[in-house]
Design a protein around this ligand. Structure first.
Ligand code: PLP
Ligand code: COI
Length: 347
């Protein structure tokens, strides 16, 4: 792989406790091109730079854009760990299949990412609850205005040192149940990580923020009755020693949620993946949103806009949420053994 190093390096953030989420980018990025003749080719690392796109670029018009989100963690032992990176690239290929984007080679993508991380390792923050967020992306690059799948694509990975996604951190957030907008529907693109899903969710999120909530909870588009997801994170609730999370074809299969289901089992809990009605909220002892960016974000208060009902879970994170949060982060930061083989140490 070609590596072109930046001649001038950027200044790194001075206070790692004030990183926020996705505001600074590292010195280099990884790129790779696709053409029908050459397939995916020319994987390279280059200085972080703007992309030059034709105004007719198909991504800008018809939205063929998919991405992923994962993190690199630097532990107290100085080791760098990636969390289940192959799962992210495999999911990227499932997103791609739905949007007519050709699949990448998962092993090659992981190796390219490792190389990029090695080069940028000084950017991985070490303050508590910080990490290096990794954003692999694929966009269509044909300049063409007829509606069809693009013939050419660009894959790239950028890196951003981050702190907690929600300013609340582990403090429980307030959310509302969205009564008007839906994010996705069966047969649509809800199970993919495509840009359009996020565009479709923006107004509900803005509305939540305007009204003093951290985010909105989406319900299913048909019955308007079953919980789907919370903004850019999956939902789970806990009751009777059981971890319960929605099963739906229109939500993103979260790698964090999958990992938590395993941890919950091994902590002696039962696990149920099934439709979860909004009505059931009154029976939960704890509930939370989970995802790479959010990790586990306990939910303290939920307001149902349609019916005016409200559910209070308290101002402190629940015991089970906290236990699972600590276990997951211990594995991610290498503070305990990883019996699952989830972490990839970048040598
Ligand atoms: N749901 C949506 C819509 C997301 O954007 C994300 C973030 O990636 C998640 C769920 C959580 O998925 P994961 O745990 O794989 O990050
Ligand atoms: C993630 O959790 O990785 C996400 O992608 C969430 C959001 C920043 C889109």
């Amino acid at each position: 792989m070609r590596i072109q190093k930046a001649t001038v390096l950027k200044e790194k953030p001075k206070d790692e406790n004030k990183l926020g989420f996705g505001q600074v980018y590292t010195d280099h990025m990884l790129m790779m091109d696709y053409s029908p003749k050459q397939g995916w080719h020319d994987m390279r690392i280059v200085p972080y730079q703007p992309l030059e796109l034709d105004p007719a670029c198909m991504t800008l018009h018809y939205g063929q854009a998919i991405f992923e989100g994962m993190k690199a963690y630097k532990g107290k032992d100085g080791q760098i760990r990636l969390f289940r990176p192959s799962s992210n690239f495999e999911r990227m290929n499932r997103s791609g299949a739905r949007l007519c984007i050709p699949p990448i080679n998962v092993d090659q993508a992981v190796q390219g990412l490792e190389e990029l991380i090695r080069l940028e390792q000084d950017w991985i923050p070490t303050a508590p609850n910080t990490s290096l967020y990794i954003r692999p992306t694929i966009i269509a690059t044909d300049a063409h205005l007829g509606v069809r799948a693009s013939n050419t694509y660009l894959f790239y990975i950028i890196l951003s040192p981050v702190g907690p996604y929600y300013a609340e951190g582990l403090n429980p957030v307030k959310i509302f149940v969205e009564d008007e907008y839906v994010r996705a529907v069966r047969g649509g693109t809800g199970f993919t990580k495509c840009a359009g899903n996020y565009a479709a969710s923006l107004e509900a999120g803005e509305e939540a923020n305007r009204e003093g909530y951290a985010n909105s909870m989406f319900v299913d588009a048909v019955h308007r009755k079953y919980i789907e997801e919370c903004g850019a994170a999956n939902f789970f609730g806990i009751k009777d020693n059981t971890y319960i999370t929605p099963k739906s074809t229109s939500i993103l299969p979260s790698i964090t949620n999958k990992s938590l289901r395993q941890l919950a089992k091994d902590m002696g809990m039962k696990v149920e993946e099934r439709p979860v009605a909004v009505d059931e909220l009154s029976t939960f002892e704890e509930c939370a949103a989970c995802g790479t960016a959010a990790v586990i974000s306990p939910i303290g208060y939920i307001y149902d806009k349609e019916t005016g009902r409200e559910w209070k879970f308290g101002d402190e994170p629940g015991k089970r949420c906290l236990e699972m949060y600590n276990k997951l982060q211990d594995i991610q930061y290498g503070r305990c053994d990883d019996p699952y083989g989830w972490t990839l140490v970048v040598e």
